[in-house]
Write a protein that binds this ligand. Structure first.
Ligand code: GDP
Ligand code: MG
Length: 163
């Protein structure tokens, strides 16, 4: 069985960009408009000799009403389906309350998850990452720039290591 990796996080942190890099496709719509990917999207991907499935989601952590509640439900379903969860945050936006809520939610799930600090391009990596240590996930934190493919090989090597 191929391992399944779910991409979870607030809208606009770069989940669809990561999905596109992993699957090398333009299937996931990337846009500046937050929350554009409303449904879960599945893609086939490969890292070195390991195949895996990646799930893109619309985003957790906005208000729990209407379309946001639907997107939150999609994210929860993706977490259930996944072997590994990548919790994506935005180094430019910094650590928000909704990131903290997602971290708390993920801790309640019995799933291995990793923190992916994205959009590190043009920033001082350690300084940008500093505030995210407050999430208490430092030992499984990766700094990447999805749109520049930076840090993605190391990330995949590490998270796919047990598979
Ligand atoms: P999603 O809502 O989480 O799926 O986020 P998207 O993948 O749609 O990306 C939201 C915005 O962030 C887009 O304008 C992307 O081009 C931009 N973005 C994604 N990754 C990076 C990155 O590594 N660096 C920078 N500077 N921008 C990024
Ligand atoms: Mg998206």
């Amino acid at each position: 069985m191929k391992p399944v990796i779910a991409l979870i996080g607030r809208p606009n942190v770069g989940k669809s960009t990561l999905f596109n890099q992993f699957t090398r496709s333009r299937n996931a719509l990337v846009a500046d408009m937050p929350g554009l990917t409303r449904d879960r999207q599945y893609g086939d991907a490969k890292h070195e000799n390991k195949s895996f499935i990646v799930i893109d989601t619309g985003g957790l952590g906005e208000s729990d009403e209407g379309i946001d509640a639907y997107m939150a439900e999609q994210s929860r379903s993706a977490i259930q389906e996944a072997d590994i969860v990548l919790f994506v945050v935005d180094a430019r936006a910094g650590l928000l309350g909704s990131d903290q809520m997602i971290a708390d939610e993920l801790r309640r799930q019995n799933k291995p998850f990793f923190l992916v600090v994205n959009k590190i391009d043009g920033l001082h990596e350690e300084a940008a990452a500093a505030e995210f240590h407050r999430l208490g996930l430092s030992e499984r934190m990766f700094c990447v720039a999805a749109s520049h493919s930076r840090g993605l090989r190391q990330l995949l090597s590490d998270v796919l290591e047990p598979f």
